[in-house]
Design a protein around this ligand. Structure first.
Ligand code: ASP
Length: 465
């Protein structure tokens, strides 16, 4: 195992260390060869004297090992751009662990200027660029921070299945054919919505998960077929309890990792959906006072969303959030009265969290009265048979002492991209896909063998492109 990282030179002046890393840059000054050695913790300058002949053979991205003395640089040669800039390593030896071909993409730039599909194809190299390495490292720290925060608030982290059944979040499902049940399919979860609600029935009370969600949506802007949510569900809570929790989490997170960033308003403003639509004609307004300042964070909650919206393609009323959201009605009778007079006017206990013009979270208090829930499914155009097939599990579960509950989910890729001042979420996802859902690195999706298809009872109707 590696004993020292590059960053450790800072605390080891005057000592000899063994270092391992990649050649980030190289300057051959005849007698002396200078390289910048890089690992994930940073870069440091190494000086090879003429006695170390091999140094002449070093090229970019060679992986090397060396022993060297950590020394102060002469004052006029200090490099203020790097953390180790006051020091350098006087190499005593050199071992080339592994050579590198000439690189298909440069790594010493920000990378934004490079064709993105090529960056994705060579992601394992692209991630070596310091900006991308930083994104990977901060993501890890932030996920840990969130886990610690949630545990400190008495939440239980629970993993829910990926091979699942369709849960409506308004997108198309990714389906996985079953070998054992011919013609039957699992759906990858669009979110763990039903599972987390069932965990409330199970008495877990406070659930969270760093959850992968899968939505087969047509290429639309900055989306990914799979993305990561901080998913939360809580029993015995009001809307305010949920919003206060997520607000505290993000305030703490920004304070810890981005102390130079300014949250525009604390507490986060809580704005009515209808007012916001009237004023900004958007349910995710960018409320920054100075939109040119990348360090301004304008969080806000949008509350009192409508329960239903008309879906013209399917000629039916659909839930704005999802059908498990509680409408602002007294009882089933009041629900039907409101629905029959004007469905578009019914409000829901639904809220979104917006940040700088992006939706970064959404959730609701849930309907736990099975009669009311069934009425909502009906209002959305499901006939009784469909309701039984799609939702029997939750309707039945709610007949066994269901606690009132609510929750929220926050899109972590988006939050990270905004906090890291990245232009899109692909920059904070290690192995993203293109807008078409193609993975250039793995060349996926890809064809499978006839044998596999046969096992899955599938015949492909191939249309020539
Ligand atoms: N499952 C919802 C979503 O993914 C969030 C929630 O209602 O808790 O948007």
């Amino acid at each position: 195992m590696k004993k020292y990282n590059v960053i450790d030179v800072l605390s080891n002046e005057g000592k000899e260390l063994e270092l391992i890393g990649w050649v980030d840059s190289r300057r051959d000054h005849g007698k002396l060869v200078f390289i910048d050695l890089r690992d994930r913790t940073g870069i440091v300058q190494i000086v090879f004297g003429p006695e170390i002949l091999e140094a002449k053979n070093l090229r970019l991205e060679y992986l090397i090992k060396l022993n060297g003395l950590v020394k102060k640089r002469p004052a006029n040669l200090v490099n203020p751009k790097i953390k180790t800039g006051e020091l350098e390593i006087e190499a005593k030896n050199l071992e080339i662990i592994s050579k590198s071909h000439e690189l298909p993409i440069p790594l010493d730039t920000s990378g934004y200027e490079i064709n993105e599909e090529i960056r994705m194809k060579y992601r394992y190299l692209d991630l070596r660029r310091s900006r991308m390495t930083q994104n990977v490292l901060i993501r890890s720290k932030i996920i840990k921070f969130i886990r610690d925060f949630m545990h400190s608030r008495d939440f239980v982290e629970v993993e829910t299945p990926i091979l699942s059944k369709s849960t409506p979040e308004g997108a198309r499902d990714y389906l996985v054919p079953s070998r054992i049940f011919p013609g039957n399919f699992y759906a990858l979860p669009q979110s763990p919505q039903q599972y987390k609600q069932l965990l409330m029935v199970a008495g877990i009370e406070k659930y969270f998960q760093i959850a992968k969600c899968f939505r087969d949506e047509d290429t639309r802007g900055d989306r990914q077929p799979e993305f990561t949510q901080l998913d939360i569900e809580m029993s015995f809570v009001s809307e305010d309890d949920v919003l206060n929790l997520i607000e505290e989490l993000y305030i703490e997170l920004v304070k810890t990792f981005y102390p130079h960033k300014k949250i525009q308003k604390i507490p986060f403003p809580r704005l009515n959906y209808h007012d916001v639509m009237e004023k900004y004609n958007s349910d995710k307004p960018d409320l920054r006072e100075d939109k040119n300042n990348p360090d301004e964070l304008a969080f806000a909650f949008i509350v009192n969303f409508p329960m239903f919206e008309w879906k013209e393609t399917e000629k039916r009323w659909d839930a704005v959030h999802h059908p498990f959201t509680k409408p602002q009605v007294r009882d089933v009778q009041d629900f039907w009265n409101q629905f029959n007079s004007d469905p578009s006017k019914m409000l829901a206990h639904q809220y979104d969290l917006v940040l700088n013009g992006y939706e970064v979270g959404g959730g609701s208090i849930r309907t736990t009265d099975p009669e009311l829930l069934e009425a909502i499914f009906k209002a959305m155009g499901n006939d009784p048979k469909e309701i039984k097939v799609k939702f029997n599990q939750i309707l039945e579960a709610f007949r066994y002492g269901v606690p009132p509950h609510g929750g929220i989910a926050s899109g972590l890729d988006r939050v990270l991209a905004i906090l890291q001042n990245e232009p899109n979420i692909r920059e904070v996802i290690v192995f993203p896909k293109t807008g078409e859902g193609y993975d250039p690195l793995m060349d996926s999706p890809s064809e499978v063998s006839e044998e596999q298809l046969k096992e899955l009872h599938i015949k492909v109707d191939k249309k020539d492109k």
